[in-house]
Design a binder for this molecule. Structure first.
Ligand code: ZN
Length: 170
C-alpha cells in the first residue's frame, strides 16, 4: 500500500511539473502498468502511446534487461507510411487474433510528444519532452498504425482467423 502511494505521488508530481492536463497521461500510465500500446480520445484530444522494446544482453556475463521506450502523443498524425505487412494482431477488446495489414514503417508527429524510458535494471522511468516527427519500424510501426486506426475509425479492419485453412504439409 505504502509503495503504491509513493509511486502515485511521484507520478502526480511529474504530471504537475510537465504542466499538462491530467488526462493526457492516461495511455502512458496504461503502457507502464499493463504494457502494450494504447489510444483514447479525452476532452477532444486524441491520445496515443506506443511502446518500443530492446533487450540489452551482455554475452560475457550472460545477463541483460529489456528496455521499454514509450512514446506518448497528443493529437498524433500520420505523415508517411511505407510497405505492407500481413500479420496477426490481437486487439484488447476482441477475443481472437485477426489478420491485418500494417505498414512496415511510419512517420508520426503530434502536437506534443513525451518519451518515457522504463529501465527494469535501475527501476527508473525517465520522462522527457521531445520534438517530432518520429520514425518507427516493425513493432512500433504496427502499434502506431493499430492505435491510429482506432482513433480514426474506432474499429480495426480485419479478417478473422476463422477464414484461415489448415493444410497438411506433406
Ligand atoms: Zn486495438
Amino acid at each position: 500500500m505504502k509503495k503504491i502511494l509513493k509511486f502515485t505521488i511521484k507520478e502526480r508530481e511529474i504530471i504537475k511539473a510537465l504542466d499538462l492536463p491530467d488526462e493526457v497521461f492516461l495511455p502512458l500510465i496504461f503502457s507502464v502498468r499493463f504494457g502494450g500500446d494504447w489510444s483514447v480520445n479525452k476532452k477532444s484530444k486524441n491520445l496515443m502511446s506506443v511502446k518500443e522494446k530492446i533487450t540489452k544482453y551482455d554475452k560475457e556475463k550472460k545477463i541483460g534487461y529489456t528496455l521499454e521506450t514509450i512514446y506518448l502523443f497528443i493529437n498524433p498524425i500520420l505523415l508517411k507510411e511505407e510497405g505492407k505487412i500481413y500479420r496477426m494482431e490481437k486487439c484488447g477488446n476482441k477475443k481472437e487474433r485477426e489478420l491485418v495489414e500494417r505498414p512496415y514503417s511510419v512517420i508520426v508527429n503530434g502536437d506534443y510528444i513525451l518519451k518515457a524510458v522504463l529501465n527494469p535494471k535501475d527501476m527508473k522511468i525517465a520522462i522527457k519532452h521531445i520534438k517530432g516527427p518520429l520514425t518507427f519500424f516493425g513493432s512500433a510501426a504496427y502499434g502506431s498504425s493499430h492505435e491510429l486506426e482506432h482513433l480514426a475509425n474506432g474499429n480495426i479492419k480485419d479478417i478473422p482467423f476463422w477464414d484461415f485453412e489448415y493444410v497438411l504439409d506433406e
